[in-house]
Design a protein around this ligand. Sequence first.
Ligand SMILES: NC(=O)c1ccc[n+]([C@@H]2O[C@H](COP(=O)([O-])OP(=O)(O)OC[C@H]3O[C@@H](n4cnc5c(N)ncnc54)[C@H](OP(=O)(O)O)[C@@H]3O)[C@@H](O)[C@H]2O)c1
Length: 332
Amino acid sequence: MNINRKIVLKKSPEGIPNEGDFELIEEKIEAPGENEFLSKTIHLSLDPYIRGVITGRHIYSEKVNIGDTIVGRTVSEVIESNHPDYQKGELVLSSNGWQEYGISDGEGVRKLNGHQGKLSTALGIMGMPGLTAYAGLLTYGEPKEGDILVVSAASGPVGCMVGQIAQIHGVEVIGIAGSDEKCNTVRDVFGFKDCINYKTEDIDQRIKELCPNGIDIYFDNVGGDTLDIMTRNLAYEARIVLCGFMTQYNLSTPPPGPNLGPIVGARAIIRGVVVYDHYDKQDEFISKAGKWIQDGKVKFIEDEVIGIENTPAQFCKLMRGENFGKTIVTMQ
Ligand SMILES: NC(=O)c1ccc[n+]([C@@H]2O[C@H](COP(=O)([O-])OP(=O)(O)OC[C@H]3O[C@@H](n4cnc5c(N)ncnc54)[C@H](OP(=O)(O)O)[C@@H]3O)[C@@H](O)[C@H]2O)c1
């Protein structure tokens, strides 16, 4: 009953991580100190940036060393508190990492008592990935009625929110995703005009058919060949928002970059988005997104497993690109 199960780093992954890079260990649940609280993890978020944290390449987080618990955002319930601001029974967005229980001094913690809808969305479309989509699209994509937007990794929490928020702003949206099943969901659930399966279709040819006047906004979650092809299909004064590089996270050295020459001809603007610059928009985003979900304007999917012991396999699946929807671990 008083055992905490946690996943620690066993060895630094080379290439795509595998389950042997992680180890499940058990230890006694610690008691919270003064001005601290103990919480029980309900949902754990698995995100691509964790791959960079493990190898020390994520500039905003400290490296996870061998034997350390893997980091991650969690939805948890306060079960014991010596902190004046947190009471037993409160639900919080915390950073317990890959473990069933965590201790916090309240730094970086947000209360979820008024959270609307499914709790796990606080880690996905209503959480950091959703805010990335909202801030990146509205701040740098500058969507206008009648624009055409293309987004890669379209079935994930960032991609599906970019596409759905763009549609709310009168933009026509095309997705790019890695399977027919993902593409069907992107069209049928998220309402995109179309979705290209980059593993079986010629993206360049399909983009030319679907966007004969070029792309006004490209929201890039992957880099690589897809980014290269998009730069050659831009409309005049297009905006490119660089958000993520899924094609590179498992490489030890970055590949040669795309030719950015066509950016000049199209008078396009490229902007990088980093979600940490946009937390001032969090309250505004959560209140709008909550209403959009309630009104049926925004939908979501989750790729969920149950049990801390399944975390490494679920993370490796995400890093192979085989996740379908926001990757979540729910505790037993
Ligand atoms: N800039 C920021 O502040 C910020 C914040 C949050 C997230 N991000 C970035 O946004 C992107 C999407 O994040 P997310 O949480 O929504 O993830 P996600 O879409 O749930 O998962 C990543 C997806 O990337 C796709 N992918 C394409 N090429 C891949 C490859 N070579 N290997 C593995 N996967 C590949 C896969 O979908 P397909 O099968 O459809 O290809 C995979 O499902 C990531 O690049 C992430 O790092 C950036």
